[in-house]
Design a protein around this ligand. Structure first.
Ligand code: 9WN
Length: 456
């Protein structure tokens, strides 16, 4: 297995020549940069040339965090390109389509989303849904890493747009009325087929047979056994169709939309974004106070609505059914990114992370999975139902550092770097063997490795 090198002396790694920390770092940096350079597409980075050939929202935030370590201009360009496609209501679309690509380069493509018919959509063709708002913290990290006149100018341009993004999510998406944003589609969580969505998705009427009318692009490029099923896709399509029928408007969602869920990751990101905006505000001459107040309110709402004191875990709330979903996934660990998470919840998240469910340790013997390893529906090969992904590991790593758990942060970082060193910049990894799965040249894996290397 690749993760962790138990017993290795400081600076010397198991495995002989080429295995010192310095050599590993140089090798990883070369690989990561080559991956990001190969995926650069005139004004943005594609997540993967084969599977995801357009621009994706939260990918671009992670990519910017990595790019700043080598190509700071491109880090800002990445964010500017994405926000140039922001809608008038403040939503940042989860995909910005590249008009130069042939129809069918991705499913569902621009013709399916039909954003041009929606009020307030930008000139560029986009999807109509969002992804976790990790852009304000990303912009702050990019600036802090390489502060310059250009970075201040970029923050000035981005600040009102980031504020509008927050306003959209907190005002228009508070379908549950408790101060949190609800997602209208599993794709909005970024963890598409996580077991977290099984219960609320089961209530979405869909017929697998509808998929006969479409050509899935993903299964032409990746093993179908690793991807969401056709029934999952039928439900994804049904949810887009329902939201599109209302022209992507958010009024009265509770009465008409079949999937409304408060996700711990989306809402933790919302809180961290207010913290980042408070810092950005001080650079651009705005008032940080309202951002700090909003951050505190979001953290409080997250604890009140998504923390279950009986199991000591955070879980998504199905707004329509008004209950927490049963699955214990990696999403439950994500509130650790909140610097003001109360001590009782910090302890609970650490206990869950260090349990056999997720195996976090100062010396990890296996990478962090995306689902509870002990659950009967844990699937080591299928996308977000078990495999290890760099972005969820990186978010937890940042959270551990913020809460002064340097020992656990070091163990997780080691595991992430070893995983990529052994398998390459894959999209995701087998949570037992560390084998690379999905796209072999995936941008956020490369970017987050660059960040982990720089901040060791
Ligand atoms: C749907 C681009 C995106 C990521 C998501 C990941 C996957 C798309 C898909 O790829 O989702 O948005 O086609 O499966 O789940 O997190 O942003 O990398």
């Amino acid at each position: 297995m690749t993760a962790g090198v138990p017993g290795g002396a400081a600076g010397v790694r198991a495995g002989g020549p080429g295995r010192t920390d310095t050599e590993r770092a140089a090798r990883l940096r070369r690989l990561a940069l080559a991956t990001l350079d190969a995926n650069w597409e005139h004004d943005h980075t594609v997540p993967s040339r084969t599977l995801y050939p357009h621009q994706w929202s939260w990918d671009s935030a992670f990519i910017a965090v990595g790019l700043v370590h080598a190509r700071p201009d491109r880090a800002w360009r990445e964010l500017r390109t994405l926000f140039a496609a922001q809608w008038a209501d403040g939503r940042v679309p989860h995909i910005v389509f590249n008009p130069a690509l042939r129809a069918g380069a991705y499913f569902p493509g621009p013709e399916f989303w039909d954003s041009a018919r929606a009020d307030g959509a930008p000139a560029a063709a986009t999807s109509g849904i969002v992804q976790p708002p990790v852009h304000a913290p990303a912009a702050w990290l990019v600036h802090r890493r390489a502060p310059s006149e250009a970075s201040v100018a970029a923050l000035r341009w981005l600040y009102p747009r980031l504020v509008a993004q927050q306003r959209y999510l907190t005002e228009r998406r508070d379908a549950g009325g408790g101060g949190l944003a609800a997602i209208v589609h599993p794709w909005e969580s970024g963890l598409d087929n996580s077991p977290a969505w099984d219960a609320p998705l089961a209530a979405v009427p869909a017929d697998e047979a509808v998929m006969r009318a479409y050509r899935r692009h993903d299964t032409a490029h990746a093993d179908a056994a690793h991807r969401p099923t056709d029934l999952d896709y039928a439900r994804y399509v049904a949810l887009v169709t329902a939201y599109r029928a209302g022209r992507y408007q958010d009024e009265a969602l509770l009465g008409r939309h079949p999937f409304l869920v408060e996700c711990p990751l989306v809402n933790a990101a919302l809180g961290v974004s207010e913290q980042a905006l408070a810092r950005i505000a001080t650079v651009v001459g705005a008032d940080p106070g309202p951002h700090r107040d909003r951050a505190a309110r979001i953290t409080q709402a997250l604890v009140e609505r998504l923390f279950d004191p009986v199991t000591g875990t955070f879980r998504p709330r199905d707004v329509r059914a008004d209950r927490l979903v049963p699955a214990r996934t990696v999403l439950g660990l994500m509130p650790l990114i909140l610097p003001d998470l109360p001590p009782a919840q910090v302890r609970a998240v650490l206990a869950e992370a260090c349990s056999p469910r997720f195996g976090l340790a100062a010396r990890m013997d296996r990478p962090l999975p995306t689902h509870d390893r002990t659950a009967p529906d844990f699937e080591p090969l299928r996308y977000w139902r078990g495999p290890s992904w760099l972005n969820t590991s990186w978010l937890l790593w940042r959270g551990l550092r913020g809460h002064r758990r340097a020992d656990l942060a070091a163990g997780l970082r080691e595991s992430m770097l070893d995983l990529v060193d052994a398998a390459g910049c894959h999209e995701y990894f087998h949570p037992d063997t560390g084998a690379g799965l999905g796209s072999p040249a995936f941008s956020w894996t490369a970017a987050l490795v660059l960040d982990a290397l720089a901040e060791g």
